[in-house]
Design a binder for this molecule. Structure first.
Ligand SMILES: [Zn+2]
Length: 61
């Protein structure tokens, strides 16, 4: 997989912006605020049809 997530702007746990690359795993980051390590990863692409299904269904009803 060549798809890589970008640099996170803030920690998803505490909101701290003091983030550093985590050495243990590729694409992972560590927060110096709450001392957590976390990973950003893509789960693949979503379907546009799938996301708009609820609104189109409403329009036809
Ligand atoms: Zn944090």
């Amino acid at each position: 997989m060549s798809e890589r997530a970008g640099t996170p702007f803030h920690c998803p746990f505490c909101g701290e912006t003091d983030l550093w690359p985590h050495e243990a795993a590729h694409g992972s980051w560590e927060c110096r605020g709450c001392l957590r390590a976390f990973q950003l990863k893509s789960l693949g692409q979503i379907s546009r049809n799938h996301t708009s299904r609820a609104t189109t269904k409403e329009a036809h009803a």
